[in-house]
Unconditional design. Structure first.
Length: 488
């Protein structure tokens, strides 16, 4: 018979003839061990209790395009050092905006980063259609959860370049684009706008089928199915606008004029693209522009040349100058249909566009929201009582508001039971012009319960006191039912 040591208590002599007791003790030990294994916490995720998202940061490092230039003909160690410095600057900017808490500062990012030669090349297409191989470097970043994120840096030919990765049907292609000469006179630290034609899947904020190396910040400012505009800020804080068109894109951009003040609801970070491709008179492209602009000039993009513009509104509603400029003569016509003839690759074609002149924004707010929303800027404070729903209409002044300027809003509300209510909103709260954005007046449309709120609100802006006067003073903005909001 085999005797065991005192691993489980007692000694070998004590355990003679006590096999049953030994078996019981072994069984009990195994049971406890299994219990501990099953009760043990699962492997920790990379999102810690303090909110540090190491898994998300690791995924970003592995999936993003990083590209920088280095000193020409420098030693390999110098190149790796320069790439590391630029990478750390960009990664710290990403951390500071999206993954707070994963690193304390840029110095910590640098200390955690290692750059090594990957001994591989990336074939890219240049502006002139030729191709070139870029050296690839592996970058490793030790994160706070003791995992290592791995990404890749591509060494560009010169600092005045960007590397664009465009994905089409799951396949990525790379394009090396050279920027123009930086403008140090009129607009310091700014490059001229850059345009390029690239095939890619439809771009939006979620799929991001266009990624750019050689940048610090890249914000989408406008898109259609055929084109996208991006605000690009580089590591040295120089910036420019990048316009990417699909090969089959046909369209134009509108240059608006008439006021130097912008409406932050529509003008901040928006590019006034208009696409002509596949448009018809019954299915036109719709472009929203702030009604403070009294004219716009249409310039062809991606090789298109504008030949002429016509409009079906009554005579005097708009004035068309030359082949490309439309002037709006009335605030009543807030929807302006245009037929645009243009030449593309030697062939004359027709595009259909409706200009929606906007200046009233209607929004619903729920209890807990502290301010009305003026696009990218906070508006007035919302006072809550026992109500859980308010609806505000914001009127954006087309020019600086003077002391004697006032407007009323003629409001029609439709309720779930089909009943209608009309009223004139005469009381508003002003948010004064600031940082180039125009004055705004917030009007309270509804305050009460969500269950009883209107399902549709339509508003026309009229001159103050217009309905109490002997003669109607005319609409400031809006025709028909005016601007309409529908409950979601």
């Amino acid at each position: 018979m085999m005797y065991y040591s005192s691993l489980f208590g007692g000694n070998g002599e004590d355990m003679k003839g006590e096999d049953n007791m030994l078996k019981k003790r072994i069984t009990a030990f195994v049971a406890v061990l299994c219990m501990l294994l099953f009760m043990a916490p699962t492997m920790p995720t990379a999102v810690f209790a303090d909110g540090t998202d190491y898994a998300g940061l690791s995924k970003r490092i592995g999936g993003k395009v990083f590209a920088y230039a280095a000193t020409e003909n420098a030693t390999e160690e110098t190149i790796k050092s320069e790439l590391k410095t630029q990478f750390a600057t960009q990664l710290w900017d990403i951390v500071n905006h999206e993954f707070q808490g994963t690193f304390a500062d840029e110095t910590a990012v640098t200390a955690a980063t290692t750059v090594s030669n990957n001994n591989s090349k990336l074939n890219v297409t240049k502006d002139d259609g030729s191709t070139v191989d870029l050296d690839c470097y592996k970058v490793s970043v030790v994160l706070g959860d003791n995992t290592t994120a791995v990404g890749y840096i591509y060494k560009m030919e010169k600092a005045e370049q960007i590397l664009i990765k465009a994905t089409k049907s799951g396949t990525a292609k790379y394009y090396l684009i050279t920027l123009g000469t930086r403008d140090n006179n009129d607009v310091p630290n700014t490059y001229p706008d850059v345009t390029c034609t690239i095939d890619y899947d439809k771009y939006d904020r979620d799929t991001k089928n266009i990624d750019i190396g050689g940048t610090k910040v890249c914000n989408i400012t406008g898109s259609t199915d055929y084109c996208v505009s991006l605000q690009v800020i580089r590591a040295d804080d120089s910036q420019f606008n990048l316009f990417v068109y699909k090969p089959d894109f046909e369209g134009a951009m509108a240059t608006c004029s008439g006021t130097t003040l912008r409406a932050d609801k529509w003008d901040f970070g928006n590019t006034p693209f208009m696409a002509f491709t596949n448009t018809t008179s019954s299915d036109p492209f719709v472009l929203e522009t702030f009604f403070g602009y009294n004219s716009l000039t249409i310039g062809g993009l991606n090789g298109a040349t504008i030949d002429g513009i016509s409009c079906d509104l009554p005579n005097g509603a708009v004035t068309i100058t030359g082949t490309d400029t439309v002037t709006f003569n009335s605030g009543y016509y807030d929807s302006v249909p245009l037929t645009i003839t243009y030449t593309e690759n030697g062939q004359q074609k027709t595009g259909y566009v409706v200009i929606k002149r906007v200046g009233i924004d209607i929004q619903e707010y729920s209890n807990g929201q502290t301010n009305t929303n003026h696009g990218t800027q906070p508006g007035i404070l919302i006072t809550w009582g026992n109500d859980d729903c308010v609806i505000y209409a914001t009127y954006y002044w087309p020019a600086a508001k003077s002391q004697n300027d006032n407007i009323d809003l003629y409001c029609t509300m439709t309720y779930a039971n089909g009943s209608l209510e009309t009223k004139v909103l005469e009381t508003s709260t002003l948010t004064a012009a600031k940082d180039g954005f125009t004055d705004k007046d917030d009007f309270l449309v509804y305050k009460g319960s969500k269950a009883n709120k209107p399902v549709k609100v339509s508003i026309i802006a009229v001159k103050a006191g217009a309905f109490g006067a002997t003669e109607f003073g005319g609409a400031t903005l809006g025709s028909g039912a005016g601007v309409t909001w529908t409950a979601q």
